[in-house]
Ligand binder design. Structure first.
Ligand SMILES: [Zn+2]
Length: 358
């Protein structure tokens, strides 16, 4: 199946460019137009539909040979809110804000052809992987959402839709679980999640490091049998990887990873920060230089207290709000080591020097 991105132009009727609330499921539709191809439908939403001032669209359309992405998945498409109702609880009160809409093309008899069905299973599977969906719980017919007769072939044959969900489910079960890229924070070396088609050599090349160093850093990995999803340590790596979560922006990520937004942009030359997709993997530059140790704080000098000029012990004690009576001076004398205190001028001078420190 060809996978084609050909977004329709931003316009109020078919692509309002409103951000949605996320992807909580998929609503399946049919085109209701005998023998129309995916390209016909996409061009309709980009042309005639707009000229006719009709509010309608869907995110994707599938025919016998391809899927065309018409509306980005983080935007609203007008596909499942006719009569302003929503009978599917998990989509809230407007499924256009919470579900992806997928159109299925049909033959001359308004039926689904086997090739289109196979492509729908494959694309349903991809959506489940991308958005962590369960086809048994998160796939709905347009009919389930608003009671519209769509897709007519699955309204007439509900078991057919159940089979479709099970086929996607089986495909998910059959594929080995590939761990999702895990955000690696505060790493001093990079990590990389092995993707389909990667070799140790291609990864080394990507990070501009020596393949021998890469192998040394990952002794447990057999370069001839690398598993997709394995996390490799990238020695002196320039990047770690991060999968975009709902609501992420480059600005938030720069704060989270203690980076400059510019550095993030530079590390992802092919990524449009304004069109981040949930699940999209981006590079996070790593800071391999250790944080400098904080300089020792200078010990603050204690400000000299009290009257520093007077020669009178009593005046000094008063200036620091200490009881200057004889009995208290006696106690202070004992504490500061002026023996046998009688309150003589000499003893007072001694005590004054000791208390004041000079
Ligand atoms: Zn529909």
């Amino acid at each position: 199946m060809e996978n084609k991105t050909q977004y329709v132009r931003v316009n109020k009727y078919t692509r309002p460019a409103m951000k949605n609330k996320g992807v909580f499921g998929v609503v399946w539709h049919y085109t209701a137009s005998a023998k129309a191809t995916a390209q016909n439908i996409r061009d309709y939403f980009d042309g005639t539909c707009i000229r006719q001032g009709r509010y309608a669209s869907a995110h994707d359309v599938i025919d016998k040979t391809m899927v065309i992405h018409m509306i980005p998945h983080n935007e609203v498409a007008y596909h499942a809110h006719d009569h302003s109702v929503c009978y599917v609880k998990q989509f809230g009160d407007n499924a256009n804000f919470t579900a992806i809409g997928v159109e299925l093309c049909i033959d001359a008899n308004m039926n689904l052809e086997p090739e289109t069905y196979a492509n729908a299973v494959e694309y349903g599977f991809m959506l489940c992987k991308q958005y962590n969906l369960d086809p048994m719980k998160d796939f709905y017919r347009h009919y389930d959402v608003t009671h519209k007769n769509c897709p007519a072939f699955w309204v007439k044959d509900p078991a057919g839709f159940e089979k479709f969900k099970r086929d996607v489910y089986s495909k998910l079960q059959a594929t080995a679980p590939t761990p999702k890229p895990v955000p690696v924070q505060s790493a001093t070396v990079g990590h990389y999640i092995v993707q389909r088609g990667d070799t140790l050599y291609s990864i080394a090349n990507k990070f501009k490091i020596d393949v021998a160093d890469l192998q040394k850093a990952n002794p447990q990995v057999n370069p001839r049998a690398m598993q997709i999803g394995t996390s490799l340590v990238i020695p002196n790596g320039k990047y770690t990887q991060y999968a975009i979560k709902k609501g992420d922006t480059f600005y938030d990520l720069a704060i989270e990873f203690h980076l400059d937004v510019d550095d993030l942009v530079k590390a992802n030359p092919k990524v449009d920060p304004k069109k981040l997709q949930i699940g999209q993997v981006i590079n996070i530059p790593t800071t391999s230089s250790p944080q400098p140790a904080p300089a020792p704080k200078p010990q603050p000098k204690l400000a000299p207290k009290g009257d520093q000029k007077t020669n009178s012990l009593v005046d000094y004690l008063k200036s620091i709000n200490v009881d200057s009576s004889f009995s208290n001076r006696q106690k202070l004398a004992q504490k500061y080591g002026v023996a046998n205190y009688k309150g003589t001028a000499e003893q007072n001078s001694q005590l004054l020097v000791k208390m004041r420190g000079h």
